[in-house]
Ligand binder design. Structure first.
Ligand code: NI
Length: 166
């Protein structure tokens, strides 16, 4: 396993629409191992492959919530979402900042579990998992949370306050 450098906003790879993964082979499983290690090292609660410079539809999420197991998802998609809520969000690719944006209350996502090869559906409601699913799936579609800010001045510099990053 390896800890890989995390790309920052401004890097074009973060703005690409990532490619679908056709075959979950050894190289994909190794990439996932590296993503877990990089995410935990950061530390963050989620990481998408474009954040380490790989333009593939692949995300890992661990929100440390007994309601939600940690999960790697290949070709993840939002199936359904509803409701609106304000969240205070951050991103490993936008270090040192956070911002308040609107996310969904209920999220249903799907993707392939790389360890079983089977499709899984994940439901989350009004919690960090719901936010992380939307945030990471945005990453594989070239979207950053800062895109949802009403204006660039709405980005808030972090002081020493604890943060949740993804
Ligand atoms: Ni992010």
């Amino acid at each position: 396993m390896a800890i890989l450098p995390i790309r920052r906003a401004g890097d074009p790879v973060l703005r690409e629409k990532a490619r679908r993964i056709r075959t979950i082979d050894k190289s994909i499983l190794k990439l996932i191992d590296d993503m877990w290690e990089t995410m935990y090292d950061a530390p963050g609660v989620g990481l998408a492959a474009p954040q380490i410079g790989v333009s593939l539809k692949l995300v890992v999420i661990d929100v440390h919530d007994p309601k939600h197991e940690k999960i790697a998802l290949v070709n993840p998609e939002i199936v359904k979402r509803s409701g609106e809520r304000r969240v205070d969000e951050g991103c490993l690719s936008v270090p040192g900042f956070r911002g308040e944006i609107v996310r969904s209350v209920k999220v249903l996502a799907k993707g392939i579990d790389p360890y079983t090869g089977k499709e899984v559906r994940i439901k989350a409601q009004d919690d960090l998992m719901a936010e992380a699913l939307e945030h990471e799936i945005d990453h594989v579609n070239g979207i950053l949370y800062i895109d949802y800010l009403p204006n660039p001045g709405a980005l808030i510099a972090l002081n020493d306050a604890p943060e949740v990053r993804r």
